[in-house]
Design a protein around this ligand. Structure first.
Ligand code: SF4
Ligand code: SF4
Length: 710
């Protein structure tokens, strides 16, 4: 460097810069290593989690979700700001490293940056520092002036994190200013007479500072520039290490953990976590305690999730339970657990272990009843909106189901759910109805005149099994969906049948409710019955059954939802539609994505393609659709549970349909149908709005002329 002394050469307080900065480096790195080591303690005591498979796939996801910031643009302003900040940090990481080393070795140049690449890289970093600085200013203004609602912390969840956020944003801004200051001072120095000029990126923060230093009216002397350079360098070093060591105490810890969190994120989100990793279902009777009761019952990856949450509030912003005032906000499931970890596993001081003699030393405190309330954990519909939104791939459904497993294991089950659970155990359905009545929906005389549904037993075989499930079998209103489905299968010439009395509830809700043993019993019974039927394919009109058969069951034939079957048959020309009747011509239809068909299984286009194939049907999209669909409130045995809430989810959904200008809501799930029809009444929209299942609509609109002629 020309003009002013390097920071490593300056002598102050009787020590050279080299020694001073070496001490700062050693102390900073040692502090950081110690803090991170302490933060890892609970992870080492946590439950197992298998996340070491498919390294290339995981690396690809790191490139997409971490480096590519894939989910950030879902929130336009905040997402764009974050992308700029992240990109700036990545660019500045190399500069920060070389700047740190220059403090002890003045001639150090990063490998690859010694030649022409050096000045180009310097120009890029000048702009990066400027952009990050501006983003910090905008972020502070947003937090202080515009106060986005999703950052607010309701009183029941603790104190707002605004002060902490502003403090951290300010520290990063200081880091950028210090970085720019010493670059500007260094560049200003050679402009003294007879010395060469160092180039800074035009209109960048360092460039503007340099211009200020060398302007004719306030040209700074070389010693002053030297002091500025050294001071800025010292501030940069101290701020850098302070930030490094402060981040693991709050939300900024995600800067360090997010890469690992995304690498180890769950690859098969649709499959629920087992009760215990490494314990097969057959050996579950040897597991002493199910689910999560104490903090150490979480898996190490779930704890890493707690550390990695950036507190951006997107999960809660999209959570239907939160939207209708239920006592659940997924963001705080994570934040409360993280605060618990920080409190009970402090960086300084001893960890208060209540059971040091355990295989895994634990803190005895039960989480439900202390940091979580029972209602909070039962309020979740497992809709998956939170997980679909989180830019850091934080997982919630597994944690909530694990907490439920813990409560169920302790016999802690809401009163209203005890009866359906007993009925499921004794009768195989939550209504307690007789098994022999399971096929009654198919035995109505007028229906039998148009469609015969055979029950698959010893004498009757078929290619395809129509898996009906409990709600469609027993609920008078939903039986119409069953009949429509059977008529469609019959129309396309499918050789199909049902299991009748041999079919038990799919157990989908039971599993998500946390009753794993009952789920296994239901599943095993159904698997045996399906295998005995000899079918090669399964079709269902219930997305919950679809999800269970596809992901929770093993060794069963491939399963399709009826909307997929219809879409394929429309494409193949086997299903043709007639135009809407005159009384329906002016209807405006909207499609409501059921969570377990859409978000959990990505079936978005087939139902829409089917609707668009009906001549004359006008369809509009609700603002919240596809993977941002809003749950109707029916998942997770919610039909039998009345959570505390300000408004029903279904009512909110119906209002969204009305706002979109629709007067007919089409769905493809019997649970959605129950909730939406009910919500139409509660919202006072009877006569103005109706709901219809896709199978029912298709059955009404199928052109059967060719069949009649034949
Ligand atoms: S879990 Fe994800 S979406 Fe929710 S606040 Fe944390 S980082 Fe944001
Ligand atoms: S799964 Fe749905 S209801 Fe449950 S916390 Fe996530 S967004 Fe909320």
């Amino acid at each position: 460097m020309v003009g002013i002394e390097s920071a490593s050469q300056v002598t102050s307080w009787l020590v050279t810069g080299r020694i001073l900065f070496l001490i700062i480096h050693v102390l900073g790195i040692a502090c950081f290593a110690y803090i991170v080591a302490r933060r890892m303690v609970p992870l080492l005591r946590a439950e197992r989690d298998f996340r070491f498979d498919h390294p290339w796939l995981r690396l690809g996801r790191v490139l997409k979700f971490w480096l590519g910031q894939w989910k950030q643009p879902r929130y336009k302003l905040a997402g764009t700001l974050h992308i700029f900040i992240f990109a700036g940090f990545i660019v500045l990481a190399v500069r920060a490293f070389s700047v740190l080393i220059v403090g002890v070795s003045e001639n150090f140049v990063m490998p690859g940056l010694a030649g022409r690449a050096g000045p180009i890289y310097d120009i890029i970093t000048d702009y990066a520092a400027t952009i990050v600085f501006l983003c910090m200013v905008i972020a502070v203004i947003r937090r202080l002036v515009f106060k986005p609602v999703r950052y607010a912390v309701p009183a029941r969840y603790g104190k707002a994190h605004t002060v902490d956020a502003i403090f951290l944003l300010s520290l990063i801004a200081i880091l950028m200013v210090a970085d720019s200051l010493f670059a500007a001072a260094r560049a200003a120095a050679p402009s003294q007479p007879g010395q060469s000029v160092e180039t800074l990126a035009a209109f960048s923060l360092p460039w503007m500072l340099q211009k200020a230093f060398v302007s004719t009216s306030s040209s700074l002397s070389l010693p002053t520039l030297g002091r500025l350079y050294f001071g800025a360098y010292l501030v940069h070093e101290l701020t850098f290490y302070f930030l490094l060591c402060y981040r693991p105490f709050g939300i900024q810890f995600h800067v360090e953990t997010s890469l690992f969190n995304i690498y180890f994120a769950k690859l098969d989100r649709e499959i629920l976590k087992p009760v215990r990793w490494g314990v097969a279902d057959e050996h579950l009777d040897q597991v002493k305690s199910f689910g999560v009761k104490t903090f150490e019952d979480f898996t190490w990856k779930h704890m890493l999730d707690f550390y990695s949450c950036a507190d951006c509030g997107r999960c809660s912003d999209n959570c239907p339970a939160n939207a209708v005032g239920r006592p659940l906000s997924p963001r705080f499931i994570g934040i409360k657990a993280r605060d618990y970890a920080f409190q009970h596993y402090p960086v300084i001081g001893r960890t208060d272990i209540s059971h040091p003699q355990n295989r895994r030393p634990t803190i005895a405190t039960a989480l439900v009843g202390t940091i979580y309330s029972e209602d909070e954990i039962w309020s979740c519909t497992t809709c998956g909106a939170c997980e679909a939104e989180c830019p850091l791939l934080v997982e919630y459904i597994d944690k909530i189901v694990d907490l439920r497993r813990g409560m169920v294991d302790d016999g802690n089950v809401p009163q209203s759910l005890q009866k359906p659970l007993k009925a499921l155990e004794s009768r195989g359905n939550p209504y307690g109805k007789m098994e022999k009545k399971k096929a009654d929906w198919a035995n109505a005389k007028d229906f039998q005149q148009t469609c015969r549904v055979k029950t698959l037993d010893h004498g009757n075989g078929a290619d395809t099994l129509y898996f009906v499930d409990s709600i469609t079998s027993y609920d008078d209103r939903m039986q119409s969906i069953g009949r429509a489905t059977a008529k469609i299968l019959s129309h396309v010439g499918e050789n199909f049948g049902i299991l009748g009395a041999a079919e038990r509830d799919s157990g989908h809700e039971v599993r998500r409710f946390g009753e794993e043993t009952l789920f296994i019993a239901l599943r095993d019974h159904n698997v045996d019955a399906i295998k005995a039927s000899g079918v090669r394919r399964i079709v269902t009109a219930d997305p919950h059954a679809y999800n269970a058969l596809k992901h929770d069951y093993r060794d069963v034939p491939p399963v399709e939802h009826i909307s997929q079957v219809i879409a394929n048959e429309v494409k193949a020309g086997k299903i043709k539609f007639k135009s809407l009747d005159p009384e329906n011509e002016n209807n405006v239809y909207t499609y409501h994505d059921p969570c377990y068909l859409g978000r959990h299984n990505q079936v978005y286009d087939d139902p829409r393609d089917v609707l668009d194939a009906i001549p004359g049907l006008k369809r509009v999209e609700m603002t919240r659709s596809r993977d941002r669909s809003f749950c109707c409130g029916g998942g997770g045995l919610m039909l039998f549970y009345e959570p505390k809430e300000d408004q029903r989810m279904g009512v909110k959904r119906v209002q969204m349909a009305a706002e979109a200008g629709a007067n007919v809501i089409v769905t493809a799930c019997p649970f959605c149908m129950v909730n939406i029809e009910d919500a139409i009444k509660v919202a006072g929209l009877e006569g103005k709005m109706t709901a219809v299942d896709l199978a029912e609509l298709v059955d009404q609109q199928i052109s059967r002329e060719s069949q009649t002629a034949a």
